[in-house]
Design a protein around this ligand. Sequence first.
Ligand code: ADP
Ligand code: 5GP
Length: 185
Amino acid sequence: MSREGRLFIVSGPSGSGKSTVLGEVFKQRPDIYFSVSATTRAPRPGETDGVEYFFITEEQFDRMVENDEFLEHARYARCSYGTPREPVARRLSRGTDVILDIEVQGARQVKSRMPEAVTVFIAPPSLQELERRLRGRATDSEEKIALRLETAKGELEESARYDHVVVNDDYVRAAGELLNIINNA
Ligand code: ADP
Ligand code: 5GP
């Protein structure tokens, strides 16, 4: 019988560089399935429905919660985010490795139900650098940036619960470290 796929949970403050690092990882491991979350936040310029996220309304989100369609879900910076359950379960049962890019509350929910999941925290080199990256990305309003920075402090405290912490100083180096974790799991 073929083995189940492995589940990797990647968390880290918004702006720490998760998407950038994961982009490098998928260049080396295009066989891994990236779980596309549903969110009620508005798309940023350049984001496409069904690629980075499924962009849905609060009503649609609530219906998915009622129908138990999420593996986990959480509120973050005044918006809702959730991992559709079925696409993840299908890949794992077929032996495909899966990566979730989710925040710390969701990561806790999944890890408590699936303790075999490998958790990785992507940390910025410093809060100052995190702020610089959030501003440099130029995708969020001043209010959203402030909210993300405030949230980051609590998230950094949660990093101690993770199996691995990767500091995203140089994103190619950080991606190499994450690939090592994935390939050796
Ligand atoms: P996240 O997915 O964690 O919210 P992003 O991948 O969108 O973060 O990165 C936030 C910003 O920081 C982007 O503008 C990105 O180009 C930049 N960035 C990512 N990694 C690094 C790095 N190692 N050094 C400098 N800038 C980076
Ligand atoms: P952003 O709005 O910057 O794309 O994401 C904000 C935060 O939501 C990030 O920490 C990201 O990891 C997290 N996130 C994205 N999708 C999900 C999800 O499905 N569930 C949970 N719990 N968090 C998510």
